[in-house]
Design a protein around this ligand. Sequence first.
Ligand SMILES: Nc1ncnc2c1ncn2[C@@H]1O[C@H](COP(=O)(O)OP(=O)(O)OP(=O)(O)O)[C@@H](O)[C@H]1O
Length: 276
Amino acid sequence: MTNTAPSTADAHSAPGAGDFAARAHQIAKVYGRGDAQVVALDSVTVGIPRGRFTAIMGPSGSGKSTLMHCMAGLDSVDSGQVFIGGTELTGLKDKQLTRLRRDKIGFIFQAFNLVPTLTALENITLPMDIAGRKADRAWLDQVIDTVGLRPRLKHRPSELSGGQQQRVACARALASRPEIIFADEPTGNLDSRSGAEVLAFLRDSVRRMGQTIVMVTHDPSAAAYADQVLFLTDGQIVDTMTGPTAERVLERMKGFETGGRPAAAPGAPEPGVAAR
Ligand SMILES: Nc1ncnc2c1ncn2[C@@H]1O[C@H](COP(=O)(O)OP(=O)(O)OP(=O)(O)O)[C@@H](O)[C@H]1O
């Protein structure tokens, strides 16, 4: 796979928002105090290339969720800056942050978080209805067809399988054409076949619709759907892999399990490219 997108390393030298849907510049996050202090993010600088599918992997406790939550404006940073497109998110007041999240960011979580009393279609358009925005009908049609939900639009969540419910959640995230979608273990509650369907759809939405997606996952086969994988350990991005395969991701992850940063795997295209 060729990678013409900007390297995550460029985030350091290119403050312009142009090629990145989201950027973090030297962000740090510390939980607790004294003996209980945990450095969840240790001066992370990273750019998420626009129109690409990026996976974030790392051992449990390495800071994946914290990084995602900080970049999505769901959690605050102790220092550093976060940008969504050209807008600096750090320092925004609560109301501005809520509006930015609503207008520019889509979310997909492990739990589908659908409203049980609404139909699939009503769930998909709910965020826009709340915001008082009219759905772009042509776009909505494209999203519905891409996720294959047309025959199920009038069904309520309880009448849908887990995979179908997650596809509704994906369509909901895509419907407002956000600048970026953050997905936290989106296949964590799905069997492998439904998980593969959702991942294929996410990949398609990047390839065919130009969407930008960042996904936290523990699963090397899920990460293999991405264009690039960022590896975190101890709150730092220690590696990046483009054109991942499940085998190569698994191999790299094994290096983390034995402690510390892995030696570069043979054939790894760009060890340590993530900006520091
Ligand atoms: N609210 C919190 N209070 C205290 N410590 C926290 C809090 N949230 C996270 N941490 C700590 O910060 C570190 C990073 O946590 P984070 O959840 O980001 O890791 P993760 O890589 O997503 O882990 P997992 O794969 O297990 O979900 C961990 O050591 C965790 O215990």
